[in-house]
Design a protein around this ligand. Structure first.
Ligand SMILES: Cc1ncc(C[n+]2csc(CCOP(=O)(O)OP(=O)(O)O)c2C)c(N)n1
Ligand SMILES: [Mg+2]
Length: 893
């Protein structure tokens, strides 16, 4: 049998007696052991890699091994010494630990139930402190510094450090979670909305931080490759909980990071083995599970399992029994060892094998309990970070083994530790002694804060090590928004040609990309939907961003609109991931603050797969004070025909209305979009307003009219009269939005021609803007009863326009109903409540009762009820206009 074949057989059938020669294997192993002994582990690794490579070349099917032994990736002999003052850093860390704990404790004593977390930070302290003291940069030359995505629940520790640095005042710290008392205070978690010069990234909704961090690192490369910012050694650090990795968002985009070779990205996973309720993987090992997942996804994995205390035990272990025991024990047991102390560890861990027990015979129970885990050992952490920062082959993840509730005495490693908010008096004094906090016993019991004097060695060192932390800063705007003249083509209308608002928008985007001033700042983002929206020409115009350029000849290269990928391409074509696209939108929409470049993102997607799928990320975007345009394509439950209920969106406008800084518009004509986009760019980037836009785009083709004069303000505020009654004083008002405005216009004709009922037609571009205005006015009136009452815009806009209002929309009735409090019983709403169908537009609009005929009969019906039209004639109209009055309610169909 050929050698290759034998090897293959061994791998496939390792227990085949015919070929499984123990002796032969033994010889190979012995030879290998000798090499490692004589030349070191690194040499062993090199040899083995070469052998594997050779085997692959010879066609040997080498099994993939994703897990390494349950020890540190960096062997002790490869470590470099710690560069800092360990003792002083430990003092500082102790003070931060104390203040973090005290901040939460005292607040809960004062205000039970106000909440807060002490055990997440207690596990993370060393991991953060080594970063703060030795790795995180405030800036690189004139460029901003590193980005840190903190675990949201560790915020007390981040605050406590800033307090020692003097960046936060004692008053702020004392008002942790008490922001509404007229004094400087601190919000619970990282919220740029609430503390804009401190926090960059809202991370407390789990999974969003790691996902956004990946796309942030990618966006940094995008800006560099496009020549918008210079390349720097800047890093994105994401601190992630081990329980947090359960979230699909945390793990869903790992391959993007390796594919893009993001060596500017470092994940630190705080493997304290616990989440909120209990162990993360009680029956297994979260570190090994994550190692395999990250390595499989192509990341550089650094396991940081054991602290230096274990090194001497490893040195004593000649047979490998210690590693064997470590491999055997599962996380549930590792948790118990810390929860139950030294005697238990001796009995349950070391006691399993006499040889192992003998190894620790000279150690006290207390020493066994204190055998440190990797994530609590600055020396090990420093070395892991150093490797990560120096790695040039892609992203790195550090899997750091820690203890949840570290140092909290009876709360350490307990299942309930996450919910611990207060410590008993005894635990507080024990904490004070363990970490040597120089305050009187009573002060300890009260959870008093402690900051040494400015000239103390601790504060001096702290400030010396780090002049300034990365903090959020927004430069003054020097952005000149293009005026409406730049949108001339969009305003001129389509000259009778039938086009969709989507097509109109794409042309507008093409023009914006050509703008000499802001063209390069535009970031078009699409999730594999470019062709759906007719964006091929944009792909040709500015190219798709591809960090490696285009390594292949596209098959359509000889065509005008070929698939063009370029290293400095401008489009972010994200593939089928709305979450990933939203993360890019977030990186781009906050670049004005993070990179000091006012990028203007347009994320165009299937509106159905937006807010309802990634709403939490949109919320975080708003918290981040993000700017830009979300363009909801294929909008409308009846306008997107043929696709059925999973595609047809009739509710994204309801969902978008819930986000405070999101301004939602449902335009019917391209000139409306032009006015909204122009003003949006001006307000967000020139005026510096914290807002962003959601604009629906439809795929129905119709002639786009030229913009009538004097309606810009109406478009922006949400309503303008588009076509008054041709003859006579209107007795009914028809509201239409988006593509359904055309149905309202047709209804106007039916009513005039068949029933001699004059009606005005209004384009309602935003019910939500009108509602927000009315709410603000109403609030002012409520608060100022002695002043002259103000009127909401919706009422002044309708001055002189009498009769019932029939509001028809391709969205749910809840959208126009937002105006009910002010339009009272004048309002009749027609919308698309219920599941969609796969039929064509005509049938869908009949089904949902928003067709022109349905609008016309709704008007007659309402006029009849008001005594303004003959009731029987109204009833007959249903038959005349073929509207089935007895069909099933679409809301429940
Ligand atoms: C999306 C989301 N779901 C649930 C929570 C509630 N929550 C807060 S902390 C936590 C447990 C965190 O465990 P882990 O990620 O391991 O972090 P640790 O505190 O252990 O460091 C949970 C479930 C949340 N913040 N976000
Ligand atoms: Mg955890």
């Amino acid at each position: 049998m050929a050698t290759v074949e034998i090897q293959n057989r061994i791998l496939e059938f390792p227990s085949n007696p015919e070929i499984d020669s123990e002796e032969e294997v033994g010889e190979w192993l012995e030879a290998f052991d000798q090499v490692v002994e004589a030349e070191g582990r690194q040499h062993g690794r090199t040899l083995l890699s070469a052998l594997v490579e050779r085997a692959r070349e010879s066609g040997v099917n080498v099994p993939v091994q994703l897990n390494t032994p349950y020890v540190n990736t960096i062997p002790v002999e490869e470590e470099v010494p710690y560069p800092g003052d360990r003792l002083l850093e430990r003092r500082i860390k102790s003070l931060i630990r104390w203040n973090a704990m005290a901040m939460v404790h005292r607040q809960n004593k004062k205000d039970p139930g106000i909440g807060g977390h002490i055990s997440t930070y207690s596990s993370l302290a060393t991991l953060l402190e080594v970063g703060f003291n030795h790795f995180f940069h405030a800036r690189y030359g004139d460029q901003p510094g590193d980005f840190i995505y903190f675990q949201g629940h560790s915020s007390p520790g981040v605050y406590a450090r800033a307090y020692l640095e003097g960046r936060l005042s004692e008053e702020q710290v004392k008002n942790f979670r008490h922001e509404l008392r007229g004094a400087p205070a601190l919000p619970s978690y990282p919220h740029p909305w609430l503390l804009p010069d401190f926090w960059h990234f809202p991370t407390v909704s789990m999974g969003i931080g790691p996902l956004n961090a990946i796309y942030q690192a990618r966006f940094m490369r995008y800006l560099e490759n496009r020549g918008i910012i210079p390349a720097t050694p800047r890093k994105v650090w994401a601190f992630v909980g081990d329980g947090e990795t359960d979230e699909p968002e945390s793990m869903g985009s790992l391959t993007l990071a390796s594919r893009e070779k993001l060596d500017n990205l470092i994940f630190v996973i705080n493997c304290n083995l616990q989440r909120l309720d209990g162990p993360v993987r009680g029956n297994g090992k979260i570190i090994n599970e994550l190692e395999a997942a990250f390595r499989g996804a192509g990341w550089n994995v650094i396991k940081l399992v054991w602290g230096s205390d274990w090194d001497k035990l490893f040195a004593r272990d000649k047979s490998g029994i210690l590693l064997k025991r470590m491999e055997e024990a599962v996380d549930g047991e590792y948790q118990s060892y810390k929860a139950k102390g030294g005697e238990y560890i001796r009995r349950e861990f070391f006691g399993k094998y006499p040889e192992l027990l003998a190894m620790v015979a000279d150690m006290s129970d207390d020493e066994l309990h204190r055998l440190n885990r990797g994530g609590h050992d600055p020396q090990k952490v420093y070395n892991a970070y150093k490797r990560a920062v120096e790695n040039k082959h892609g992203p790195t993840v550090i899997l750091a083994h820690t203890v949840k509730g570290y140092g909290l005495g009876s709360a350490e490693a307990r299942n309930a530790t996450h919910q611990e908010k207060k410590l008993a008096d005894q635990a507080l004094t024990a904490f004070r002694s363990r970490f040597a906090i120089p305050i009187p016993e009573q002060a300890a019991r009260d959870g008093s804060l402690y900051r040494p004097p400015d000239n103390s060695p601790e504060i001096t060192y702290l400030l010396q090590r780090r002049k300034e932390l990365p903090h959020r800063e927004v430069p003054a705007s020097n952005f000149d928004a293009p005026t409406l003249d730049h949108f001339a083509e969009s305003i001129a209308g389509s000259k009778g040609r039938a086009v969709s608002t989507t097509m109109g928008f794409v042309s507008m985007l093409r023009q914006l990309l050509k703008d000499p001033k802001i063209g390069k700042l535009i970031v078009p983002i699409i999730p594999d939907e470019g062709r759906t929206f007719g964006m091929e020409s944009i792909i040709r115009q500015v190219g798709i961003y591809a960090s490696q350029g285009q390594l292949y000849k596209p098959h359509d290269q000889d065509m005008l609109l070929y698939y063009r990928e370029e290293k400095n391409g401008q489009i972010l074509e994200e593939g089928i991931t709305e979450a990933g696209s939203m993360a890019s939108f977030t990186a781009a929409g906050t670049a004005y603050a993070n990179y000091k470049v006012p990028m203007v993102p347009f994320f165009t997607y299937y509106s159905m797969f937006g807010f309802q799928r990634i709403g939490d990320m949109v919320w975080a975007f708003a918290d981040s004070r993000g700017k830009g345009f979300l363009m909801g394509g294929t909008a409308g439950r009846t306008t997107l025909a043929g696709e059925g209920l999973q595609h047809q969106d009739g509710h994204s406008l309801v969902l978008s209305s819930t986000v405070p800084t999101c301004h939602s518009y449902d335009p019917a004509y391209v000139y409306e979009i032009a006015v909204i986009v122009q003003d949006g760019i001006r307000r967000m980037y020139q005026e510096g307003e914290d807002r962003f836009y959601y604009i629906t785009l439809y795929n129905e083709d119709y002639a786009m009219p030229e913009m009538p004069p004097g309606i810009e303000e109406g478009i922006l505020r949400g309503i303008y009269q588009y076509r008054p009654a041709a003859q006579g004083q209107a007795v009914v008002q028809l509201f239409g939005s988006g593509s359904i405005l055309n149905e309202a216009l047709r209804a106007q004709e039916i009513l005039a021609n068949k029933y001699a009922v004059p009606a005005n037609v209004w384009s309602v571009t935003s019910y939500n803007e009108l509602r927000r205005d009315a709410l603000a006015v109403e609030r002012w009136n409520r608060l100022h009863p002695a002043d002259t009452e103000k009127r909401p815009h919706i009422l002044t806009a309708l001055d002189g326009a009498d009769g019932p209002i029939i509001a028809a929309t391709d969205f749910m009735k809840a959208v126009p109903d937002q105006l009910s409090p002010w339009l009272c019983n004048r309002l009749v709403t027609l919308g698309t409540d219920g599941f969609g169908r796969s039929d064509n537009r005509e049938h869908l609009r009949q089904h949902f009762e928003i067709s022109a005929e349905s609008i016309a009969v709704a008007a007659l019906s309402r006029l009849a009820r008001d005594g303004k039209f003959d009731a029987q004639r109204a009833q007959n109209a249903f038959q005349e206009l073929a509207v089935d009055a007895e069909k099933i309610d679409p809301a429940i169909a």
